[in-house]
Design a protein around this ligand. Sequence first.
Ligand code: GMT
Length: 371
Amino acid sequence: MRIGVTCYPTVGGSGTVATELGLEIARRGHEVHFICYALPYRLGRVPPGVTFHEVSVPTYPLFSYPPYSLALASQMADAVRTHGIELLHVHYAIPHAISAHLAREILGGGPKLIVTLHGTDITVVGADPSFLPIVRLGIERADAVTAVSRSLARETHEILGIEREIEVIPNFVDSDRCDPDFSAAYRRRLSPDGAPLLVHASNFRPVKRVLDVLEVFRQVNERLPAHLAMVGDGPERPSAERFVRDAGIAHRVEFLGNVSPVEGVMGAGDVFLLPSSEESFGLAALEAMACGVPVVASDAGGIPEAVENGRGGFTLPVGDTAAMAAAVLRLLSDPEEMARQRAFARAHAAEFGTARVVDRYEALYRRLLGA
Ligand code: GMT
């Protein structure tokens, strides 16, 4: 099969899933074409079965907003025509689903189209009245739509007021990316005194509630001296840095920015924190569990589908920092419970292994192409 993939190339869950899926599909002998505005951050070395098509968006004094969606549509049409791409798989509805429709208009037909919904493309941006009608169109006209959790599929039906079938294919994780030696080195750096280490990783957007991460840590650290590693970057970072200064915990908290591979730091931790207010799935939590790190998270959106309460993690009401701190303290003060939860975390993450989940995408591709 010849597959075109479009995603945001920047650090984030949808780009990770799109890239790892494309790479695995290429390993299975198919031809994969990434059509993006930059090389996806997770692509690394581009293997022989993969081609990258850069979307360049010309600027012009009239364009306060350079039309990325249109440049993408033209580039998609060109890649399809030149390479005989049979199926376009776009990740994140806005604007990728619409660009793909436009590409099909340019071609007067052409490839099948799959739209994979990742979360904020529906729950935050897509729900905005400025985008809702165009997102609805993009989703209704696709040949297949997938969502990364049952919760997101349900929300999509509710928010967009549509009835079309949405197949739920969960996110996946490769535990081979966990590297105990590398993590041990990180642990020595982040906890030189051997105290427990908590970890959070995100894009520091408001939905991640990073101040809750810090508040949970503050409460834990009051009872049991610990360290916190904050991985990632984004708009809430300045307020987070202010919080740790004001709370007098700056010497216990390290802001690492984006690190690669993220599993290096995640695997160094004792507990991973994810107290988000919106989360379609919570891939970061799954990555932590794959490295044997239990998760304390909120019960927002699809998190309970990724983190089974009591089996490798605990899900608690959004904003209940006291309950989250208590869950962390319980884990840190009971080595037997910690060992049990670490084993559960690994076993639970194994259920979301790459091969099993990619089989489902490959089957969907074959179904659409009659291959
Ligand atoms: O908003 C983000 O956290 C980034 C976003 C993305 O598109 O990169 O993540 C979303 O997609 C991930 C992969 O499917 C999911 O694991 C995240 O839960 C989801 N984020 C939200 O729903 C907030």
